[in-house]
Ligand binder design. Structure first.
Ligand SMILES: [Cu+2]
Length: 354
């Protein structure tokens, strides 16, 4: 109903504009060409000032309406994200000054220097000094901004700190899979030809490093205050790991692993307090349109304290056991003790894997 109403309003506006232009045509015939041109110039000059004022009010109003709904307000949740926010603020400040100065001058000049009988236009075709100035100044500013951007880009995609938590992220139509490297901190090899049945990631279990790797779907836990490195893959088409709260994103490309690393500043619980939203979660979106289920690719990142994180890891079991249930120690022997099950049973399965 609202849509039909909107369409009717738009059509009415077009009809009104059409009628006004037709009427002014008749007026110009009556008054004579010269006089009507002068009058049209006056109206146009006035309309340009109206456009300027309404445009500026529109800018202010949009900002007022939407700023509170952006993720800017709650601040970045990673160390790198704070630097990226600062860079964005500087960019907005510089381009904002230029935007307001040029737009106000553009419309004001069009109004002030409108056609008048006692004034002749000044012929001003070229000025080398001015050309140089307005080419080099923006070029220098943009170069500075680009250099800062590149610096952070090389940092977030470059070598992660030695103590980083490494997690593999795999995108597929339509969801995210995560793999923890286990106690050896090495992700086992993969081969897409091994992707079948319950081995949905194509992990090569002949690689001893694979045996303690743990696979979870959709939700991933990471520790606060520690660098976290994502090793990113895709299984079918290009996806993109979007981490808006951390101000990070990176393409997930089939066959070409990509990486990014960041240090989360606040746990999920701390963010619930900071945002005043008891339902707050760190979201991971797919930032690359990848098919009809693209919108459902919502991953959740839980930022834990160090203790909570270790506790969580202890609840996970190696993927090896779910792919080869008969290799699970409990399946061969009688029950293992709960708290040390991962370590004890890993020792048991290592020789079997070799
Ligand atoms: Cu996707």
């Amino acid at each position: 109903m609202t849509n039909i109403l909107l369409i009717v309003i738009v059509i009415m506006i077009f009809i009104v504009i059409f009628q006004i232009s037709k009427a002014s045509e008749y007026v110009s015939v009556l008054k004579g060409e010269e006089q009507s041109r002068k009058q049209n110039n006056k109206i146009n000059a006035f309309l340009l000032i109206v456009f300027l004022v309404l445009g500026l009010i529109g800018c202010w109003w949009c900002n007022k309406l939407y700023y509170g709904k952006t993720l800017f307000v709650q601040g970045a949740a990673s160390e790198m994200g704070e630097k990226i926010d600062l860079m964005l603020y500087i960019t907005i400040a510089v381009t904002g000054v230029v935007f307001f100065a040029t737009q106000i001058l553009l419309f004001w000049f069009a109004f002030k220097y409108q056609e008048k009988d006692d004034r002749k236009a000044y012929y001003f075709p070229h000025n080398t000094k001015l050309e140089l100035l307005w080419t080099t100044v923006p070029a220098i500013f943009l170069t500075i901004l680009v250099v800062f951007g590149l610096k952070y880009w090389f940092k977030m995609t470059g070598e992660a700190p030695k103590n980083s938590v490494i997690i593999e992220v795999t995108g597929h139509q339509f969801g995210w899979e995560f793999r923890y490297p286990g106690a050896d901190k090495i992700l086992g090899k993969k081969d897409y030809r091994l992707t079948k049945g319950s081995n949905s990631l194509g992990v090569d279990f002949n690689d001893p490093a694979s045996l303690d790797d743990m696979h979870v779907s959709a939700t991933v836990h990471i520790p606060v205050g520690k660098p976290v490195k994502f090793v990113i893959n895709a299984q079918d088409v290009i996806h993109d790991v979007g981490l808006p709260h951390f101000r990070m994103k990176m393409d997930a490309v089939p066959g070409i692993p990509t990486t990014l690393w960041f240090t989360p500043l606040y746990t999920t619980d701390e963010m619930k307090v900071r945002t005043g939203n008891p339902n707050f979660v760190y979201e991971m979106s797919c930032d690359q349109i990848c098919g009809k289920g693209h919108f459902t690719m919502r991953g959740i990142i839980v930022v834990d304290t160090q203790e909570e994180y270790l506790k969580y890891l202890a609840t996970l079991e190696p993927e090896y056991w779910s792919v080869f249930p008969d290799k699970k120690p409990g399946a061969l022997k009688t029950a293992t003790t709960d708290s040390t099950k991962t370590k004890a049973s890993l020792a048991a399965i290592m020789p079997a894997g070799n």
